[in-house]
Design a binder for this molecule. Structure first.
Ligand code: CAA
Length: 261
């Protein structure tokens, strides 16, 4: 598959695919065409049995993404937005991906950029990262889940602060608030993300998908419903050959060999 606005790379040995947003001159602004390419790449990698984790990052060192493409958006009408389901139609694909995803954020992750990172399962950030929802400065509001996902990550007060004032969180603040899982110097961030991806991809892919589904269920249900969901998934895991292999390998003190069955 060839792309114009993203780059893709596959480390077959590690089982990790990388999608790199590639409009550095526009701070990787998320145009419709770019998001179509991201969706298409997620389709390809989700269906590739050798891929166990997808890393999403931005090119240029200055921004993961500066948000939805404001120049492209400026003339949109309500009717158009409604008819085309803007931006859900081609943005939510990454959130719906059943395989684990990691956002590696160098520089700005603003507006839709922050929202896109939050659609991934794990965010890792460079020490120069800045997260924000500055749509208020355009007299807009976040439109790709920002008010919802950010509030779940950082709590109401910080989410309100960020969405109402446009204040950005730096990497340390993002780490402290739980938005980000790990931080690293900018020039080491991709190594960290790829190492994490390799670690995730080295596990049973069926078990990883079950873990992802269970953790995500915590965002959608009450505690008792979530615990029930987890229990059912835990019980079902005993039907996996990989689970039998994992426990046998532990007991026999040898490395496990996954067959993803
Ligand atoms: N859309 C379109 N173009 C953008 C852009 C965006 N979101 N972000 C940056 N660019 C363009 C700039 O217009 C500029 O283009 P020109 O060279 O043609 O003038 C180029 O990228 C470089 O930008 P800057 O000179 O501003 O670069 P900087 O490094 O000084 O600042 C920045 C980077 C802080 C990201 C700044 O560009 C900025 O504030 N961008 C806008 C952030 C924003 O408001 N995001 C929210 C968008 S709305 C949204 O995302 C809605 C949603 O929820 C889905």
């Amino acid at each position: 598959m060839s792309y114009e606005l993203i780059e893709t790379n596959v480390d077959t040995a590690a089982g990790v695919a990388t999608i790199t947003l590639n409009r550095p001159e526009a701070r990787n602004a998320l145009s419709n065409a770019l998001m179509n390419e991201v969706s298409a790449a997620v389709d390809v990698f989700e269906n590739d049995e050798d891929i166990g984790c997808i890393v999403l990052t931005g090119k240029g060192g200055k921004a993961f993404a500066g948000g939805a493409d404001i120049k492209e958006m400026a003339d949109r009408t309500y009717a158009q937005n409604h008819k085309e389901n803007f931006v859900t139609a081609n943005w939510e694909r990454i959130a719906e991906c059943r395989k684990p995803t990691i956002a590696a954020v160098v520089g700005y992750a603003l507006g839709g950029g922050c929202e896109l990172a939050m659609m991934c399962d794990i965010i890792v950030a460079a020490d120069n990262a800045k997260f924000g929802q500055p749509e208020i400065n355009l007299a807009l509001l976040p439109g790709a889940g920002g008010t919802q996902r950010l509030t779940r990550f950082v709590g109401k007060s910080t989410a309100m602060d960020m969405c109402l004032t446009g204040r950005m969180l730096n990497a340390e603040e993002a780490l402290a608030s739980g938005l980000v899982a790990r931080i690293a110097p900018a020039d080491e961030l991709m190594d960290l993300a790829l190492e994490m991806g390799k670690s995730i991809a080295s596990k049973s892919k069926l078990a990883s998908m079950a873990v992802k589904e269970a953790v995500n269920t915590a965002y959608e249900t009450t505690l008792s419903q979530g615990v029930m969901f987890e229990r059912k998934a835990f019980h079902a895991a005993f039907s996996l050959e990989d689970a039998k292999e994992g426990m046998a390998a532990f007991i026999e003190n040898r490395p496990a060999r996954w067959h993803n069955k």
